[in-house]
Design a protein around this ligand. Structure first.
Ligand SMILES: Nc1ccn([C@@H]2O[C@H](COP(=O)(O)OP(=O)(O)OP(=O)(O)O)[C@@H](O)[C@H]2O)c(=O)n1
Ligand SMILES: O=P(O)(O)OC[C@@H](O)[C@@H](O)[C@@H](O)CO
Length: 489
């Protein structure tokens, strides 16, 4: 299919194809990728007048993080998006650079916007042309244009938009209209109304073959530049490219009015209770557990990153995750956890929203004598008590690794169930529950890992502590729990 702005390859385009997905050779099966260059342009050069706030809405902060940083992160998480161009007003350039530094954004280039959104977007697209100093970002095959004030965009939908843009030349997100569209006379009376079912709201992200949208802007009239609001229209009008329309989720909406800021904050908080960073230790068992947790937590609609190495690094903290699962083989990692607790305390991260740290102790039971275990667990417990005063919820799961695969899968399921509940619930007033996973026993009850918080005798102040090995008679009364062998209360 040809158009005056460039050729639009059909789905069989040899230049690139969609790879990955289930059964792929990708390092993380299920994470898809594309094999042609993709970039994003995030227009953020507006003043947000309709919020009535002095601060432009893209720089309003939620949990100590500006809205635009959430949007950038949504694109940085997507491995197949190479570059993110953020377009800001000149007066906000330094602020934007500070945000990039503070939140360790990696793929971002900042350029100056213009007096209208279309002019800002065109400036963003120009970033891929050769610059006066001879440098240039790699020109993308497909460019995604996405308002910086739409922070809730998922990789799956970005992939759909990208593939459709690659095949059709342009693509755009749509949503059903909530209100009916009507036309008014100049005197302010109803002229006519549109049949709502025939129309859709145009949202973002939108995707374009770079050459098409760049040439559309080169041909753009001053009127379009100053009053236009629709990039898809430019591709159609100036390049004859009919965008493929794809219905997206309701979270694609644009933050425009003040109430949108409140809605955004509650969605951000809800999202935080569905994201977790699993930090594996060095040993094979720990890595196995980490990737097993990614699978089982992912099946519980949790967004899971797996990293290895010291948890204490600040970079982990600014990853935007509020929840960490640290898998360890011994108690030496307690120092590392204490360091992370200190970093979180100093960052005041948790003042606005509880941070959840879960320590998964692998094989503690079988690796050291009871005295050493109790000492270690006592140390963790007092750390948990201290951390709680800073709104940091420190839990522990005591897990004895079982070589038998069929048991390991079940154990994984249980650890994920407990971890997901702790992260989603983020409730310091935890009901008492505990068990150990001894792995040696045949009894099914032992295959579930211990959930460690204990409730102080008062029952009043719930202290999220760790590993109460004593069996509480009342918990046995209903027969639902059974003292693990050798752990009589
Ligand atoms: N000159 C402009 C105007 C808008 N935008 C960006 O385009 C996106 C969508 O525009 P809109 O919601 O209208 O943002 P504002 O223009 O800031 O809002 P308002 O009209 O209320 O001032 C926003 O991310 C905004 O920052 C831009 O990059 N350059
Ligand atoms: O018009 P505004 O600048 O408020 O927002 C831009 C929106 O029009 C735009 O993001 C979508 O409608 C898709 O084109």
């Amino acid at each position: 299919m040809e158009s005056e702005c460039g050729s639009v390859n059909g789905p069989t385009d040899p230049a690139g194809s969609l790879t990955g997905g289930a059964g792929s050779s990708e390092p993380f099966p299920g994470r898809r990728s594309v094999d042609f260059p993709v970039a994003a342009v995030l227009p953020a050069g507006g003043s947000g007048e309709r919020t009535g706030l002095a601060t432009p809405k893209q720089f309003c902060t939620f949990l100590n993080r500006p809205l635009i940083s959430y949007t950038i992160q949504a694109f940085e998480r997507v491995a197949w998006i190479e570059n993110v161009v953020v377009v800001v007003a000149e007066e906000n350039f330094d602020l934007m650079m500070d945000i990039i530094h503070q939140f360790s954004h990696k793929k971002v280039k900042v350029v100056l916007g213009g007096p209208t959104r279309h002019r800002s977007i065109f400036n963003g697209l120009r970033a891929f042309e050769e610059q006066p100093d001879g440098t240039a970002l790699r020109k993308p095959k497909v460019v995604i244009i996405h308002d910086a004030v739409r922070p809730f965009v998922e990789e799956d939908f970005l992939l759909k938009i990208t593939v459709a843009a690659k095949d059709q030349g342009a693509s755009g997100a749509i949503r059903p209209l909530v209100s009916t569209v009507i036309a008014a006379t100049s005197e302010g009376y109803l002229d006519h109304s549109l049949e709502r079912a025939k129309y859709r709201a145009s949202e973002m992200p939108q995707g374009f073959l770079y050459d098409i949208i760049y040439q559309a802007y080169q041909k753009c009239s001053e009127t379009d530049f100053d009053f236009g609001t629709e990039c898809l229209h430019l591709a159609l009008y100036y390049c004859g490219t009919k965008a493929k329309l794809i219905e997206g989720p309701p979270t694609l909406w644009k933050v425009t009015y003040k109430q949108d800021l409140f809605a955004a904050e509650s969605i951000i908080k809800d999202t935080l209770s569905h994201t977790v960073c699993v930090v594996a230790g060095d040993c094979a068992q720990s890595v196995q557990l980490a990737h097993g947790l990614r699978k089982t937590l992912g099946a519980r609609s949790m967004q899971v990153d797996v990293i290895s190495g010291p948890l204490g690094s600040r970079a982990v903290l600014v990853s935007g995750t509020w929840n960490f699962i640290r898998i360890t083989m011994d108690t030496s990692s307690l120092g590392e956890i204490a360091k992370l607790v200190k970093i979180v305390q100093d960052s005041e991260h948790a003042i606005l929203y509880p941070v959840v740290l879960i320590l998964v102790h692998l094989n503690l039971l079988s690796r050291c004598c009871l005295t050493e275990q109790m000492r270690a667990l006592g140390a963790i417990r007092s750390l948990a008590a201290e951390a709680k005063h800073s709104n940091i919820l420190l839990y522990g799961i005591l897990l004895n690794h079982d070589e038998r695969v069929e048991q390991w899968d079940e154990t994984m399921e249980n650890v994920a169930q407990i971890a997901a509940a702790l992260v989603k619930d983020r409730n310091p007033a935890l009901m008492p529950a505990w068990r150990h996973q001894c792995g040696r026993c045949s009894s099914p009850i032992h295959r579930t890992p211990s959930l460690l918080p204990s409730v102080r005798a008062t029952g009043r102040a719930v202290e999220t502590a760790l590993i109460e090995r004593v069996v509480r008679p009342s918990l046995l009364a209903n027969g639902s729990l059974q003292a693990p062998d050798g752990l009589d209360g």
